[in-house]
Ligand binder design. Structure first.
Ligand SMILES: [Zn+2]
Length: 242
């Protein structure tokens, strides 16, 4: 049992060091994540506006073609007016002319609306693009900072990870699972020594009888108030000295 407790505490000490390295990164990983999300959102907004603008350009081009075609038809009809032979032909032609003129007007009005939309979208895109550039710049800075920190601790972290794997392999599976579960629930600290009669995780006093049992290290005990695995100060000192 003593060994089971020792390897767990050994694992805890390594994880403490890894946690410290992680802490050096501060909120940079979160900031990078957050920025990436905001950049993607902004990109999507800009892309959809660009698409809307392109569609408007395309639609206006088609309208222009239609207007040109109708204008040439109109010219033809008007020329034909001089050659009509009866009222029926005249009525049919004027109907065509009226219809073409109406259509041209409709397309021209639509083009004015499209122009306005294009102008509005252009302003919006022009406003959003520097915002996106700014976010990208910010992301680049944060990523570089993070990379620098990671790089400066890379070797130490790699060594610790190798050491951690070695120690973790000597921990019994159920102990390891319990350790990881408590570690996750208790901000990283799963195994703590009793210091001055109290659990050094939550500072609650451990009953004297329980302290004796823990000192005997014949069983694994969890702190009654925080659930962390408790070890004696002796075991903690031995592991640290090793
Ligand atoms: Zn506790």
């Amino acid at each position: 049992m003593v060994n089971r407790l020792k390897v767990l505490y050994e694992l805890q000490l390594i994880d403490d060091k890894l946690d410290q390295l992680e802490e050096l990164r501060g909120d940079l990983p979160l900031a990078v994540n957050d920025l990436t999300g905001r950049i993607n959102e902004k990109k999507e907004v800009i892309d959809s506006k660009i698409k809307e603008k392109d569609d408007a350009v395309e639609k206006r081009k088609n309208n222009d073609n239609d207007i040109a075609k109708m204008n040439s038809d109109l010219k033809k009809y008007k020329a034909q007016l001089y050659k009509v032979r009866n009222n029926k032909e005249y009525d049919a032609l004027t109907k065509e002319i009226d219809h073409s003129e109406e259509s041209i007007e409709k397309f021209e009005n639509e083009n004015i609306a499209l122009e306005e939309l294009m102008e509005k979208l252009k302003i919006e895109i022009d406003e959003l693009t520097p915002e996106l550039d700014e976010l990208n710049e910010e992301l680049k800075t944060k990523e570089e900072e993070l990379k620098k920190i990671i790089k400066s601790n890379e070797k130490e972290e790699d060594n610790l990870k190798v050491e951690r794997d070695k120690v973790a392999n000597t921990v019994r599976k159920p102990d390891y699972n319990a350790y990881m579960r408590i570690r996750k629930a208790k901000a990283g600290k799963a195994v703590v020594p009793i210091i001055r009669s109290a659990c050094s995780g939550c500072h609650n006093v451990v009953p004297p009888q329980r302290q004796i049992e823990i000192r005997q290290s014949k069983r694994m005990f969890n702190c009654e108030s925080c659930g962390r695995i408790l070890i004696s100060q002796d075991i903690a000192d031995e592991v640290k000295a090793a």
